[in-house]
Design a protein around this ligand. Sequence first.
Ligand SMILES: [Zn+2]
Ligand SMILES: [Zn+2]
Length: 167
Amino acid sequence: MSKCFCGRPTGADWKYSRNKFHTNVCSRYCQLTAEKNLAFKVNRTFTVECYACSNTFALKSQYNHSNQRFCCQECSRNVLKVKGGRKHYVILTAFYEARTGLTAEDIFTLSLRNTFNIKGPRGAASAIRKWVIRGVLKPEDVGKGMAKSYVWNSDLKPGEVILRYGQ
Ligand SMILES: [Zn+2]
Ligand SMILES: [Zn+2]
């Protein structure tokens, strides 16, 4: 079992893990810490924006707070109650937080850790296409013969995008 630099385990059991996105660190909190080249400090907080509105909140290191992406229950509920909301939330958050392009295969792998089903990499590709058409994701330039990958291409955040476009 691998460990995050903060000492917590990573990816041990995706089904029960609050972190569904990051494989090298245990949480969104630790990803931000690493990106800023900081050492883990339990009392440090990061001011981040809600994924669904313009409110900010303090992202904390404690495990049950460290993957927070919404300012309140209501914002979270509003996004997840959109038809297919959870699926789109997971897919879009993965792209939004990824620092490299993601492929349909990556998204299919991600779907296996989560509580929604996608029909193989093909199903993932069609979910991605929906957001490419809307300009939220865009294809990256990749070498010939390499799998197509996509990156985030919107000024909006994942929850805002879902609220704007519905399903
Ligand atoms: Zn960690
Ligand atoms: Zn909010």
